[in-house]
Ligand binder design. Structure first.
Ligand SMILES: Cc1ncc(COP(=O)(O)O)c(C=O)c1O
Length: 385
């Protein structure tokens, strides 16, 4: 999980950035991930989840691939419009929205919305002639560390009753959707949930309710932060098996975020402070959990690190971020080289839920972003893990 390199070789990374901390965005990696997932899920229309990383260069890269987008707010719609993306290429998938958010999205021209309860349906009644709706169902993946099926998603047994209400209210529900949780270890729950949705489509038809014409299998496709590289073709095999059972007339969508954005960026940091304390050496980096590394706290993520130092003295050590808060701790190691000031630390796979949730706490700015070729790309990680 941590590779140590000679300090002199840090120039490979430092030459790419003007300052630290900086995130380095590589459009080629982003394109590679997009193509890889598209090929692993043939016939599935991908909507990139903007929430995972709204960096304009990344949005533009996906837009140039003729990609579509999953948005959660009017602000995300605006970001996409600034990249020249027409709202017809967007779906609004936030299950809980304010009236103002709905009005803005409809005014912009977004026509697909998601609900998971009847109160949310009532909010859509004024716009019913302009929109189509997908009903989000809850399927919990036991192997996804970030659960998204407790906070959102109607129970499967409520499907027909919610669709009845929608029908009586003149709201066109033509889709089912789910999100099994982020960073799933397998696609088994995606596949099972898709199969359940196909069954539900038949029940919906038998009830005489309006036909379901699309099923959105959400996100959850993993990045390979540490350990083995993810083979997306192998990962998606269970989903492909169920895709063979999808009848004509039903389109399949997906909303990948992390798998596209995570590998597209690396974070270049420096040691800006160090101190020998009771529990060993503390090394303070210029980025921490209030910057691009909040995933350590929010999602329990660990990131692959490359450390560039000339030190060969070993000691117990603690990595910490630059803020005054005690929670801003990044990892403890029983034995690690005693780093020097300005030694360089590069964190890999840092594009997902990093920049998107970075704060200004203590007046410390989030990392800058530059667009460059990454010296080490995801295609090469497999052999190094
Ligand atoms: C509605 C929705 N779609 C897609 C995503 C993207 O998920 P992931 O990054 O796991 O692919 C999320 C993540 O929170 C989400 O809430």
């Amino acid at each position: 999980m941590i590779d140590v390199f000679p300090r002199e070789s840090a120039h490979t990374w430092l030459d790419l950035v003007e300052t630290t901390p900086s995130l380095v965005f590589d459009p080629e990696v982003c394109r590679h991930q997009w193509t890889d997932l598209s090929q692993a899920l043939p016939g599935v229309t991908l909507y990139y989840a903007v929430k995972s990383n709204p960096y304009p260069g990344l949005l533009q890269t996906i837009a140039d691939e003729a990609g579509c987008f999953d948005v959660a707010s009017a602000a995300e719609i605006k970001m996409l419009e600034q990249q020249g993306v027409h709202p017809s290429r967007m779906i609004h998938t936030h299950p809980i929205k304010t009236d103002v958010e709905i009005e803005k999205a409809v005014a912009a021209g977004v026509t697909t919305f998601v609900v998971d309860n009847v109160d949310e349906l009532w909010k859509l009644i004024p716009h019913r002639h302009a929109i189509r709706v997908m009903l989000r169902l809850s399927f919990i993946a036991p192997d996804a560390p970030i659960d998204l099926s407790r906070k959102f998603g109607a129970p499967q047994q409520d499907t027909l009753s919610i669709l009845d209400v929608a029908n009586d209210s003149g709201i066109r529900v033509d889709g089912l959707c789910f999100h099994v949780g982020s960073q799933a270890a397998t696609a088994n729950t995606h596949a099972d949930a898709l199969a359940v949705c196909l069954d539900l489509c038949q029940q919906i038809q038998a009830e005489g309710l309006p036909e379901i014409t699309r099923i959105d299998i959400g996100g959850g496709f993993p990045a390979h932060y540490i350990g083995e590289a993810v083979d997306l073709t192998a990962f998606c095999a269970p989903i492909r098996e169920v895709l063979t059972q999808v009848p004509d007339g039903i389109d399949i969508l997906a909303e990948p975020g992390r798998v596209i954005s995570a590998p597209s960026m690396a974070l270049v940091c420096k040691v800006v402070g160090r101190a020998k304390r009771r529990d060993g050496w503390w090394f303070y980096l210029d980025d921490g959990v209030y910057g691009a590394q909040s995933g350590r706290l929010f999602d329990g993520m660990q990131y692959r690190m490359s450390v560039f130092t000339s030190s060969d003295e070993l000691s117990p050590c603690v990595f910490a971020g630059p803020t005054c808060d005690s929670i801003d701790e990044l990892g403890r190691y029983p034995e690690f080289p005693v780093l020097n000031m300005n030694d360089v630390v590069v964190l890999h796979e840092m594009g997902a839920y990093t920049l998107a949730s970075a704060t200004q706490f203590n007046g410390i700015a989030p990392p800058a972003v530059v667009t460059r070729d990454l010296p080490v790309r995801i295609q090469e990680y497999g052999s190094r893990s």
